[in-house]
Design a protein around this ligand. Structure first.
Ligand code: MG
Length: 337
């Protein structure tokens, strides 16, 4: 199998601001794996707060030892990869899964034993802005599920502004911006705005802080489900948070691809946790690959392609918040020419 790497330049429709920073353009890496006349595609998202750039991803992928000639030997090939960024791993994993499906002439969801309908609806994300601008975004969006980013400056005003403008299901994401004391103060004040869940209120790397928060919220009879995102990369992190949170956010760029994402989903199920499937800023290639796992998940946050003005791939279809998977073989994402 022959591996090639090239840039995927994604222009965002609007500047996207979360508590980690802001951006209006991304340069992801496209991996192509050629094998006996077929091409497997994979994408690595350059997430700046993980330290990945197109240059670093491309250097890691181009220095890989040969992957061999059997695209069905997924476990063996992936276990042999040298340590590298999970986004780079994800691109290789995705390209192998794409070849697997193309070789067998079947869409990936079928090879995984899944049926693609009906899927949960996806949320639409509102980035951090002034409460007035966030409220205007909420009012104009037609999506039935809104996910809003929050910071530590004025989260209550932001949530109140959105709630006043929209009766959509509302999820909030603090992206690790709050201290435990802030979270314990804020969450009971945010709960009356009828939130479906709160994502990553606390910094990553401290399951005990989450265990403490859950206990303290229960003591105050505050019942908003708490999910982790940045705290979780692989299935091991799911197990470490058993009993400490209500749900986990799974993304291929964190797990290093579909293989480990499946393990993370099953680990969460074993611990009676909910699962939200999400994405980074990725084209329809990466997001369609993830969406093949959507039948196993409770919530979807797969609006990546909706944020991009020049999506180089055609894949997952959006009818408002309703998603349908392509039935082409493999991932089913086709390069737009
Ligand atoms: Mg998040």
């Amino acid at each position: 199998m022959n591996l090639n790497v090239s840039p995927l330049t994604l222009n965002l429709r609007t500047t996207f601001r979360v508590s980690h920073g802001a951006s209006d353009r991304r340069e992801n890496a496209l991996v192509t794996l050629q094998h006996e006349g077929l091409t497997g595609y994979g994408e690595a998202a350059a997430v700046f707060y993980y330290g990945d750039t197109y240059e670093s991803l491309s250097a890691a992928l181009q220095s890989l030892p040969p992957l061999g000639d059997d695209p069905f030997a997924l476990e063996e090939i992936l276990n042999r990869l040298p340590p590298m960024s999970h986004a780079a791993q994800a691109a290789v994993d995705m390209a192998l899964h794409d070849l697997w499906g193309k070789r067998l002439g079947q869409p990936l969801y079928r090879l995984l034993g899944l049926t693609p309908a009906p899927l949960p609806q996806t949320s639409f994300t509102i980035g951090i802005d002034t409460p007035e601008a966030m409220s205007a975004r909420a009012r104009e969006t037609q999506y039935p599920i809104i996910k809003t980013k929050l910071d530590s400056q004025n989260p209550e005003t932001q949530v109140a502004a959105i709630r006043a403008a929209s009766s959509a299901v509302l999820r909030v994401d603090a992206n690790a911006a709050w201290t435990p004391a802030q979270a314990l103060d804020l969450i009971p004040r945010l709960a009356p705005y009828d939130l479906e869940l709160i994502e990553q209120p606390l910094p990553a790397g401290d399951p005990e802080a989450y265990r403490w928060l859950k206990h303290e919220l229960a003591r105050r009879d505050v019942r908003v489900p708490i999910y982790i995102d940045e705290s979780l990369q692989t299935s091991r992190d799911v197990a470490r948070h058993a009993g400490a949170v209500d749900g986990v956010v799974v993304k291929l760029m964190k797990t290093g691809g579909l293989r480990e994402a499946l393990r993370a989903i099953h680990t969460a199920r074993a611990h009676e946790m909910q699962v939200m499937l999400s994405c980074m800023i990725e084209s329809s290639l990466g997001v369609t690959a993830a969406a093949h796992l959507a039948p196993l998940c409770d919530q979807l946050d797969l609006d990546g392609p909706l944020l991009i003005a020049n999506d180089p791939f055609d894949g997952l279809r959006y009818d408002g918040a309703n998603l349908s998977l392509p039935d082409r073989p493999g991932i089913g994402a086709a390069l737009r020419l």
